[in-house]
Design a protein around this ligand. Structure first.
Ligand SMILES: O=C(O)CCC(=O)C(=O)O
Ligand SMILES: [Fe+2]
Length: 686
């Protein structure tokens, strides 16, 4: 009869050799324990080996007590936030899962995950309060006790030494220090703090935790949870393996996509059709992103071996696949040339009447008409905004202190130029907005605020993977200046006249792979609609230090042509005047250069997205302020982490004098002249 474990599953047959090895490990662990004591490294090594072997031989239930004991010892020896301890707990979770105790396996892995976050000095996202956990408090209290005893010992010894009893003094110091250390150890502390592991090591540890967590959630049909963990698996893969090129990254994205699909089925069964659509959209995005990575590999390989007709057709097919992926992600600029060359190759080899060639040609024509005639690629506003805003740049460079208080943009000429740029292009870029000194203060505030970030992985229509915090402290140098600028602009630009307040500042971090899909910040349809809110102008300020290479590092703010039917009123020749063909066209990529402020209209005049951050280990920091007109904020804003309903009134006059004021310039286009086009692919709103 086939041997079975206590769960009734077949147990692998143990060879004589492995039995022998098991016996040896048990005896050896006992011998070392009697020689070195319970918590010696040699004993722990042997126990680890024993647990692993039992697990591999299918004896998970016997392996469990071994791993539990091992975890306790490691905790005592290395402390709770140490890679060794976490590694052991992951093995314990593996054993639990193997013995069908999925619920406890999930608990152990979630605990490991929060330990990983703490090792990286980042609070676990669920730990919203920022308070220490119970074990953390215990540890902190014990640490305090140990320090107090040591301090007391030094004090008593100093008095005794002062009295002249040197030998007695030394004796007291030694005894009390040992006592202090003992107190700390007996409460589960560790004497020497572990060295903080580097990001790569930590990401590899996190990967070992979140991947099984994702699988277990998926198995338990918590598909939303599984998708979030698969997403973390992808991000930690990128951070551990130096970028998105590793095959496991694409696999994790695919798994995330699959979980979103399953979730959408669940929601549809519960008649939540809107939720189901949102999940399908997320699934599509993930599967397409994964597919792009895979197709890019195939495409490069096919491009390298285009020696005969067959190979060239294979190459055209990879181009078509890649183009379809980009098309599904709304990245028409990337899709169009690939569609065009694949159509050209197919027509040449198969003839224009071949159905595959015809299909490729149709896709190419549709992409080309979507793109418009003149705009091939978004214009990159990187380190040199001079090409787009020459007058503003000239003012910044020639009159750096013209406005007083070190802010060049306070001068009447600069304010007029910003207003004109908003009217003409719907956005403006102000470099050197707060100046080097305040920028350094903001950067420090930004690093301090990373401890209170929350993920934005709620069920939103638009996929986003940034982490946010509302109104963290230390951002006053930005809010004060931005409010001043708005007061000055409001007096000049009738389109901004309704602004009376702003939302509290939203601080956001985008780590490698993080992005925010195409959306508008206020999607009112003639003043109404479920996605309508009072936002008028969006101001985003970036806090990168050093260089940001937009092409290699990614993370640009992509601005699209308006989602409006007519561009009446826009300057003749304005790039991206709203027309049917212009809709959906990416116009500008604004690089998130440090100390740069970008202003744009929050409504359908400015659909935008944050492109994925590409560089491994990079962090893109942004602070967003929304300036609000009349009306009330949607009720749900007060309830979810991605939004905040508190408003800050705008002062009636700027804090600093703006210098001489020239009369307001007339608005070139008024917001009422923008109406909404019905479309198959509506922009989401965030
Ligand atoms: O960070 C950015 O560049 C823009 C962020 C954004 O679009 C938003 O938070 O709504
Ligand atoms: Fe936005």
């Amino acid at each position: 009869m086939e041997p079975t474990s206590d769960q009734g599953r077949p147990t692998p047959v143990k060879s004589e050799e492995s039995q022998e090895r098991l016996r040896f490990l048990v005896v050896e662990a006992a011998r070392l324990r009697s020689e070195d004591g319970h918590d010696s490294e040699r004993v722990l090594d042997k126990m680890g080996e024993l647990g692993q072997m039992l697990c591999e031989l299918g004896q998970a239930c016997e392996a469990l007590p071994v791993f539990r004991k091992l975890a306790e010892s490691m905790q005592r020896l290395y402390g709770p936030h140490h890679l060794q301890t976490v590694g052991c707990l992951v093995s314990l979770a593996g054993c639990l899962a193997a013995s069908q105790d999925h619920a406890e396996a999930v608990v152990v892995l979630r605990d490991c995950r929060s330990r990983c976050f703490k090792m990286g000095a980042v609070l676990e996202p669920e730990d919203k309060s920022g308070a220490l956990t119970t074990s953390g408090k215990d540890r902190a209290a014990t640490q305090l006790l140990a320090r107090a005893i040591t301090a007391l010992s030094v004090l008593v010894a100093a008095v005794v030494a002062w009295l002249g009893y040197w030998q007695l003094a030394t004796c007291i110091v030694t005894t009390l220090t040992i006592l202090g250390t003992f107190a700390y150890r007996s409460k589960g502390g560790t004497v020497t703090e572990p060295e903080k592991p580097n990001t790569q090591t930590l990401s590899a540890a996190l990967l070992a935790v979140v991947e099984p967590l994702a699988q277990l959630n998926h198995g338990a049909k918590d598909f939303e949870g599984a998708a979030a963990y698969f997403h973390e698996t992808a991000l930690s893969t990128a951070a551990a393996y130096g970028g998105t090129g590793h095959p496991r990254y694409a696999v994790a994205l695919c798994s995330e996509g699959r979980s979103w699909m399953e979730r959408s089925v669940q929601l549809r069964e519960g008649s939540d059709h809107i939720g189901a659509v949102a999940c399908v959209r997320r699934a599509e995005q993930r599967l397409c992103e994964a597919s792009i990575l895979q197709q890019r590999g195939l495409h490069d390989a096919a491009a390298a071996s285009r020696s005969n007709e067959g190979a060239e057709l294979a190459y055209a097919k990879t181009q078509l696949n890649l183009a379809t992926c980009y098309h599904l992600l709304d990245q028409t600029a990337q899709a169009a040339p690939l569609f065009a060359t694949s159509a050209e190759i197919m027509e040449r080899h198969l003839g224009p009447e071949d159905p595959r060639a015809r299909q490729a040609r149709e896709a190419a024509s549709a992409a080309a008409s979507r793109l418009g005639k003149e705009v091939a690629e978004p214009m990159l506003v990187a380190d040199d905004p001079g090409a787009l805003f020459p007058r503003l740049e000239a003012l910044r460079c020639t009159e750096p202190l013209a406005g007083g208080a070190g802010a060049w943009w306070r001068s009447a000429a600069a304010v007029a130029e910003v207003a004109a740029s908003l009217e003409k292009r719907r956005f403006a870029v102000l470099d050197g907005f707060v100046g080097a000194e305040a920028a350094a203060t903001l950067r420090a505030a930004c690093l301090a605020a990373t401890g209170s970030l929350l993920p934005t992985c709620e069920r939103t229509l638009v996929p986003r993977s940034d982490e946010v915090a509302w109104e963290p402290s230390g951002f006053e140098p930005l809010t004060e200046r931005a409010d001043d600028l708005l007061v000055l602009l409001r007096a000049r630009c009738p389109q901004l006249a309704a602004i009376t307040s702003r939302q509290r500042l939203m601080f956001a971090r985008y780590r490698t792979g993080a992005h925010f899909g195409r959306h508008v910040d206020n999607n009112c349809v003639r003043g109404h609609g479920p996605q309508c809110n009072p936002r008028v102008l969006t101001a985003v300020y970036y806090m990168q230090d050093g260089q940001w290479d937009a092409r290699a590092d990614g993370g640009c703010l992509r601005l699209y042509a308006p989602d409006c039917a007519d561009g009446a009123g826009a300057d003749a020749g304005t790039v991206g005047a709203a027309t049917e063909t212009g809709r959906g066209v990416a116009l500008y990529d604004v690089a998130p250069v440090g100390d740069r402020l970008v202003l744009f209209f929050s409504d359908q005049r400015c659909p935008h997205e944050v492109l994925p951050v590409l560089r491994a280990g990079a962090e893109r920091f942004a602070a967003t302020l929304w300036y609000m007109g009349g009306g009330t904020v949607p009720e749900f804003w007060g309830k979810i982490a991605t939004h905040d309903s508190s408003l800050v009134p705008l002062p009636s006059a700027p804090r600093e004098s703006a210098g001489g004021c020239s009369p307001p310039v007339a608005a070139v286009c008024s917001s009422s002249s923008w109406s909404v086009v019905s479309s198959d692919r509506a922009s989401g709103v965030e």
